[in-house]
Design a protein around this ligand. Structure first.
Ligand code: 1GP
Length: 267
């Protein structure tokens, strides 16, 4: 059951006074203890949301263990390291699933996504249909999201059978953004693929932003604060990083790196 009401969670995610950072945790590439420690370091550094998911190797066991461990750690720190900033430790833990089985009832929300440029009905609506009853039953808040995979696309482009959006396909990304808005989706996620050589092109971000007010998340291949700043300047409301975080075994080092990243991102 979510610790946020649906209205509070949507307000937190959609009504940004400034752009913010999301840390993405892949349960397949770290233990649940490591995931929790990294999340605490990220929150201390200024991250304001936690996504849990990965394109491969996730199932309800490792996802649930990871989400539970992160939630316990956030509660522990809210009790033992109180911050003068209100709600400092009240950070949403959101599932970012590749399929219906990557579910945990301990999450606050789930990106209930349509991989809009997939060529397979599995990623357009079939997995969503399979997962929907459990999400409702558990009281995890679904956050509707259009997910569009842009070149180079990486693993998620392959697994999701995406017809990748190329850098110069400005009219196409505008049409997808309007399509997402017309469906009533809360979010539009422009994805370049985890570990992408190049992040989503700035032209694509600004084209999507120019035609809609939808909240935009950008991720994939963002490794430094300057790239994040440029994505935000182009129109991103949230920037996601995954790989950046997983390279560190020392959490203090991770915290320092993310602090620098977030400061540069917001400069
Ligand atoms: C992947 O957009 C995310 O879905 C994050 O990508 O791992 O390259 O930061 P990175």
């Amino acid at each position: 059951m979510s610790t946020f009401s649906k209205a509070d969670l949507l307000d937190y995610i959609l009504n940004n006074s400034s752009s913010r950072h999301i840390i993405l945790i892949d349960p397949d590439s770290q233990t649940s203890e490591e995931a929790a420690e990294r999340c605490i370091a990220a929150v201390e550094a200024g991250s304001r949301m936690i996504f849990v998911g990965g394109s491969t190797g996730t199932d309800s066991n490792n996802v649930h263990e990871t989400v539970s461990s992160i939630q316990k750690s956030l509660i522990f720190h809210s009790l033992n390291s109180p911050s003068p900033k209100p709600n400092f430790w009240k950070i949403p833990v959101i599932l970012f699933p590749a399929a219906a089985n990557a579910f945990s009832s301990a999450a606050d929300g789930i990106t209930f996504m349509m991989l809009m440029n997939s060529t397979s009905p599995k990623f357009l609506v079939e997995e969503q249909m399979k997962g929907a009853p459990a999400i409702k039953e558990a009281g995890v808040v679904p956050i509707s999201m259009g997910y569009v995979v842009c070149a180079p696309g990486g693993k998620v482009g392959e697994v999701g059978k995406a017809n990748l959006i190329q850098k110069d396909e400005i009219e196409k990304i505008k049409a997808y953004a309007i399509c997402a808005e017309s469906y009533g989706f809360s979010l539009l996620y422009l994805e370049a693929g985890s570990g992408a050589q190049e992040p989503v092109s700035l032209q694509l971000i600004s084209a999507a932003k120019s035609v809609t007010d939808i909240t935009i998340i950008v991720g994939g291949g963002i490794r430094d604060g300057e790239s994040a700043r440029l994505a935000i300047e182009a129109g991103a409301d949230w920037v996601v990083t995954g790989n950046l975080t997983e390279g560190f075994s020392d959490t203090q080092e991770l915290q320092t790196t993310l602090q620098k990243f977030i400061t540069e991102m917001n400069s």
